[in-house]
Structures are given as structure tokens and as C-alpha cells.
Ligand binder design. Sequence first.
Ligand code: AMP
Length: 294
Amino acid sequence: MVVVQDIAGVRDLCSAARADGKRVAVVPTMGALHEGHLVLVDRARSKGQFVVVTIFVNPTQFGPGEDLSRYPRDLEGDVAKLEQRGVDLVFTPNVGDMYPNGHATTVHVSGLTEHLCGAQRPSHFDGVALIVAKLLNIVGPSTAVFGRKDYQQLRVIRRMVRDLDMPIEVLGVPTVRDADGLAKSSRNAYLGPKERERALAISRGLTAAHYAFGSGERRVDELLGAVEAFVKVSADAIDYVTAADPETLEPLPRHAICSERLLLAVAARFAGTRLIDNTVIGEDSPPLARESRR
Ligand code: AMP
């Protein structure tokens, strides 16, 4: 495995891999890697003979007052984990190379970015779309792998790749969770034991909604209520608990009746740490087995 910082070096290695007839698969990350990221790496390996992981804490996707400066970083630990997982190339660019003075181009995916996290983090998805477009242009993969944990991000990237005619297959991998249901996240490192326990309300709430749906409940009001019943009593603040169309991400009114599939998405704060989670009812497995949901 090689770790490369410069853009030209990565281009050369990826071109050489393609010239060798290898399919290139990439996993973009911000580092502080956990098993959720590594499952993406395994998926990439199943699709490509040359696996690239990018590690870059992208400043343009953080808003003012967000956690850019204290975002967890552990390059040495990350590199060791990726080596064990059989990665070929780790790309660790620096901010100055990715955003040279005078950079002036934006990538905006309209519509999908207006809802859910986009409503509260207005420039976040522009930053995500820009950096992912740049990374894909540098690496030139056949496949790019993302987590359904960031469901809105996955939809935005799929749309960008389609709209810009990038010849890349975008794969979404189911959310990897701790045994107690908490979705794995680099930001979980911010949680103390008490907040972590309270944060389980999110996956418990999403699970309760799954089982309500399984029992025939189709009223959005009731399904949302099932999630809220858990999250409201545990979170310090709720950014949103939303039912939405899984394709357009348009929120559904509470009086709606849902059809085959329904996105339930949560963003909530626990002692200042903002956590997100989601499930697509009718498609994803419930976060928890029924018997352990309380
Ligand atoms: P991040 O480093 O948080 O930007 O995440 C990099 C990639 O890993 C994104 O595609 C995320 O959706 C994905 N990811 C993060 N956490 C998980 C998880 N618990 N399960 C699956 N994918 C994840």
C-alpha cells in the first residue's frame, strides 16, 4: 500500500492501474476510520482490483461554528487499518493543493440539497459535491462507494454523477452499527458514556417505526411519532425528525399515508454533538432486532 499526498502522483498510479487492465474503486472519507468505513473498503475491493481510499477533512463542507478544527484525526491509525484491509493507495491531499488560491468553481445539486441536512447546513452539500467531483476526477474510478448512513449525501452524489455524465458506478452500503444499534460515526468519539447511552434513542426510535410499519401502520404521523417518542425524551436538541420520499427527499406531510418505501431521517444533538441516522422502511433492515429495541 502506498500513501500519496500529491495529486499528480495519484493520477499517475491510477492511470498505471487502469493501463494494467485493473478496475479502480474509490472510497472517499474524512478519516478517523471505523468499521463502517472499512466495510465500504471491502465493498470497493469486491468491485475493483485497485482500491483507493481518500482521507481529507474537507473545509468547504463545514459551516461557520461547526467542528472543522476539532474533527477527529488519526492518520497513522487510519493507514494501519487500511493496510490490513488490503488497500492499494491512500490519497491524503492537503488543503492548499485541493483549494489553491483563486479557486472559484462550485458544484451545486439543486432540489435534493434543500431538504433534511441541507435546510440547516446551507453550503454543506455544495462542499461535498465539489470535493467528491474533484476526487473522482483525480482518481478516475469505475466505482465509488458511499455509506447509506449519509443517505442524502449518497443521493446528491448519484445525481451529480448522472448529471455530469461521469462514467462511474456509485454504490451505497448499508449503515454499519455497534451491537446496541448506534450508527458508527467518527463523531461518536465526542460522546461521553451518558450521551452515548442517550443517543441510542435514535436507532431505537427508527426500529420502533419499522415494526409499526411491519404491523400495518401506514400513517406518516404515527410512524414519525414512533421515532419522536424516543428521540424527544433523550436528545438535547432535535434538528429534524422527518419522513420523506426516498428518491426526491421531499418531506411528507404528517397527514400523508406512506406507500411501499419511506425514508425516516433524524438529526439530533447530544451535549453539542450532532448525530444523524436514517432508515428506508420497506428497503432497509430495522436497525435492531425486535427484542432488543428497548
Ligand atoms: P466520513 O468519513 O464520515 O465522511 O464518511 C466517509 C464515508 O463512510 C461516507 O460515504 C459515509 O456515508 C460512510 N460511512 C460513515 N459511517 C458509516 C457507517 N456507520 N456505515 C456505513 N457507512 C458509513
